[in-house]
Every structure is written in C-alpha cells, then in structure tokens.
Design a protein around this ligand. Structure first.
Ligand SMILES: CC(C)(COP(=O)(O)OP(=O)(O)OC[C@H]1O[C@@H](n2cnc3c(N)ncnc32)[C@H](O)[C@@H]1OP(=O)(O)O)[C@@H](O)C(=O)NCCC(=O)NCCS
Length: 153
C-alpha cells in the first residue's frame, strides 16, 4: 500500500450507529462476512445499554462499522467490519482507535477481543493498534481456533 492511499481522518464521518443506518449496514455486512447480522440484530444492538458502536461514512456511503460491549472496566470488541473494496487503506485502524478512545472516556481500562486464528487481516489490524495475544481457544469456531488479544486503554 502506498502512503498516498492511507487515510486522512478529515475524509470520513465517524459517529454511533443510527436507526437510519440499518438497511445500509445489513447490505455492508452481507457483502463483507460469511455470517452477517440481520437488520433485527442491528436493531437489537442499538437497544443494548452496554453497547458502544460506530459507523464510518464517506460522502457516498457507509464503509465500516464496529461494536463493543462495555462490561464494567472491560471493553469487549464484538465486531469490526470494513466493506471489501475499501480494505487496506487504514479504515479499520481508524475505527478501532476511535472505539478505544471512546471506551477509555467511558471508564474502560482494557479492551479484549477474539477472532479466528486464520484471520491474518484481523491479527495485523489488532497488532497495529497495540493488542497482544493472551490466549487461544481450541476449536472455538467449529474447527477453527480463536486467538484472544488484549490492550490497555
Ligand atoms: C479485519 C478488517 C476489519 C481490517 O480492516 P482494514 O481497513 O483493511 O485495516 P487497515 O487498512 O487499517 O489495516 C491494518 C493493518 O493490517 C494489514 N492488513 C489488512 N488487511 C490485510 C490482509 N488481508 N493481509 C495482510 N495484512 C493485512 C494492513 O496492511 C495494515 O498494516 P500496515 O499499515 O502495517 O500495512 C477487514 O479486513 C474486514 O472487515 N474483514 C472482515 C471482518 C473481520 O474479519 N473482522 C475482524 C474480526 S471481528
């Protein structure tokens, strides 16, 4: 990736998920992941008092979203997804760092997460944001192991 393709934060609008985003979010998630969330699942997420979430938009479309659950001083990163044709441009890093800042402001001391061991993009993203591997859950996703990571906020 060339430096010129890297993100500048002024190019994007980042804000919590709104009920008006639900249709666009389900489309993005269907394009992005094998087990996408439905509109109802996103709707339910908005109603959870411990859910901290964000979308990233450019002037045209919604390009990424992230969801964290706050459990007292622990922030659990539940999901982060960038639309496929916008990956590798720093948007995932921008979003994770934003969620880390918001969670810290809300009193969280640590962020933790898990992902499939074979997910190289996720591993690189989280390492870049300062996360360290703290464990492994064997066969957590069917036959796939889960890597557990943590980062102090
Ligand atoms: C994981 C994901 C969110 C990364 O988003 P992204 O916007 O591409 O991430 P960034 O551009 O900020 O990249 C962060 C680092 O990871 C690296 N990276 C990203 N995708 C990569 C890939 N496919 N292979 C290797 N490295 C990759 C980048 O090069 C960058 O490191 P660098 O700056 O040192 O070059 C995105 O691939 C995605 O939405 N995947 C599907 C959903 C998912 O797996 N979510 C994570 C588990 S919950």
């Amino acid at each position: 990736m060339t430096a010129s393709k890297k993100l500048t934060s002024h190019s994007f609008l980042i804000r919590p998920i709104d009920k008006d985003d639900l249709l666009e979010l389900t489309t993005l998630d269907r394009l992005s992941r094998g087990s996408p969330w439905t509109k109802e699942m996103f709707q339910k997420e908005l109603e959870l008092p411990f859910s901290i979430h964000a979308t990233v938009k450019d002037e045209k479309e919604l390009i990424a979203f992230g969801v964290v659950w706050q459990v007292k001083e622990i922030a659990q990163l539940i999901q982060i997804t960038v639309i496929p044709d916008r990956r590798g441009a720093g948007i995932g890093t921008f979003l994770v760092k934003h969620l880390m800042r918001v969670c810290s402001q809300k009193g969280c001391k640590i962020m933790e997460l898990e992902f499939e061991q074979g997910n190289i993009a996720a591993k690189k993203l989280y390492e870049k944001c300062g996360f360290k591997t703290v464990g492994l859950r064997k066969k957590f996703y069917g036959n796939q192991n889960a890597i557990l990571m943590q980062c102090a906020l």
